[in-house]
Design a protein around this ligand. Structure first.
Ligand SMILES: [Zn+2]
Ligand SMILES: [Zn+2]
Length: 342
């Protein structure tokens, strides 16, 4: 089979496609023929070597969907022909955190697809059955592959942290990325109003065309007063914070009393200052949101099907073009997601 093997860390050109043997299928494992695999910003970090967990050589790619070819011993939940996608991390499913329904907090994780196990930049992948989720009939693989990583965090932010009700308003920072566009779709599906914040004036029109009710262009993160103007001075019920420290002051300023901030992204890793008195008086809630678990991915797939949510696909590229995909993502040219089609 063809696979993009990362053999050394570095610039995008370390990604080259080669002919390799299809790995054997062991106990509890499933051989999947990859139909498509999204290229994630995390992949850029992994390729550059900034995360030490990746042992080389490695096949990147955790946003995959495909068809089961064969199953190993001990697998009875899947059979050849099943359409499947994955959730990103291999929680142990046995520890205290896993058992109380927080597998994303598992400290005994056996590693992540595309990090400690070969992923989807290939024609085939051997995956643990415990990482697979069946795709509901009628939902395209090109949508399903993004359930965990792209729709997962905004879904958890908007439904779990935000408990969004029809008519409520949500601010989405960093709205023109894949997660931001997914967040806009989810808010719309629930009958909410979305205020998209972007640092790029060039992307404002696009955000409108993708369903944002209002768009604020803010280069300095000081958009709180604009949000208040758009909400008759009240502020919003929920902020989906995809940028983190650069926009956090604007986020706090945007919240209505009792408002919630679901924190998904932190791009700069810088500390922020918070007036704790404000948190008390306004009863704000700030919650971190991690990847979706298996049960959540099932829920999200059903939600995507029910509301006909399809991700914005910017480019479809071949495995041979994996390096090009990384270059384009790195240059921040992409609006929406890049897919590799083996
Ligand atoms: Zn991802
Ligand atoms: Zn666990």
């Amino acid at each position: 089979m063809r696979a993009v093997k990362l053999r050394s860390f570095g610039e995008p050109d370390v990604l080259t496609c080669e002919e390799v043997v299809v790995p054997p299928v062991g106990w509890g494992e499933v051989l999947v023929k990859i139909a498509c695999c999204g290229v994630c910003h995390l992949d850029l970090i992994l390729r550059s070597g900034l995360r030490s967990r990746v042992a080389l050589p490695r096949v990147l790619g955790h946003e995959l969907a495909g068809e089961v070819v064969s199953v190993g011993a001990g697998v009875d939940a899947f059979a050849a022909g099943d359409r499947v996608t994955v959730f990103n991390f291999q929680a142990c499913l046995e520890c205290e955190d896993c058992l109380r329904g927080h597998p994303s907090l598992c400290r005994f994780s056996k590693g992540d697809i595309g990090q400690t196990r070969d992923g989807g930049y290939a024609e085939y992948a051997v995956l643990l059955a415990s990482n697979l989720v069946k795709i509901p009939q009628g939902l395209a693989m090109e949508a399903a592959c993004f359930a965990a990583c792209v729709y997962g965090p905004p879904y958890k932010a908007i439904l779990q942290v935000g408990n969004l009700q029809a008519g409520q308003t949500v601010v989405i920072t960093g709205a023109s990325g894949g997660l931001g566009l997914a967040a806009i779709q989810i808010v719309n599906a629930l009958g909410g109003r979305s205020i998209a914040v972007t640092s790029s004036a060039a992307k404002a029109e696009l955000l409108k065309s993708k369903g944002a009710s209002d768009v604020i262009v803010s280069e300095d993160g000081a958009f709180g007063d604009d949000v208040r103007r758009l909400t008759d001075g009240r502020g919003v019920d929920l902020v989906v914070e995809l940028v983190g420290s650069p926009t956090f002051a604007g986020t706090l300023r945007s919240l209505a009393p009792g408002g919630r901030c679901a924190l998904i992204g932190e791009l700069h890793g810088k500390p922020v200052s918070i007036n704790l008195g404000l948190l008390i008086i306004k009863e704000f809630r700030i919650e971190g949101v991690q990847s979706a678990s298996r049960d959540e991915v099932r829920e999200i797939l059903d939600f995507m099907k029910k509301h006909d949510l399809t991700p914005e696909i910017w480019r479809r590229l071949t495995l041979e073009e994996a390096a090009l995909a990384h270059l384009q993502l790195q240059a921040r040219e992409a609006i929406g997601r890049v897919l590799l089609i083996p």
